[in-house]
Design a protein. Structure first.
Length: 99
């Protein structure tokens, strides 16, 4: 199994806009559950503490294997969500764990 972990910093200057965008990012990515068949499990949520110090949004998703993760990345539903995420994110960090 592959656990895909991604964190984003959002570029909005004011906290209210950043919080609104974090909710939208979370909703768009969570909407992929049940739509993208490669996703075994997914959790996406905005940061809940230490705003300004922590990253703004986190995603944790599980896939059978690396091939499934690669199919997810190019899935049209994921690509559509990713367009919005890239439009509001300033930084991204990711790690893929083999469990």
């Amino acid at each position: 199994m592959i656990r895909h972990i991604v964190l984003w910093k959002l570029r909005a200057e004011d906290a209210a806009t950043r919080a609104e965008q974090a909710e939208t990012v979370s909703a768009k990515l969570m909407a992929l559950k049940g739509v993208v068949p490669e996703i075994l499990d997914i959790t996406v949520a905005p940061n809940a503490a230490y705003a300004g110090q922590n990253w703004d949004v986190a995603l944790i998703a599980d896939f059978d294997d690396l091939a499934a993760l690669e199919r997810y990345v190019v899935n049209p539903h994921h690509e559509e969500a990713a367009v919005y995420v890239r439009s509001v994110a300033s930084d991204r960090v990711a790690v893929d764990l083999k469990l």
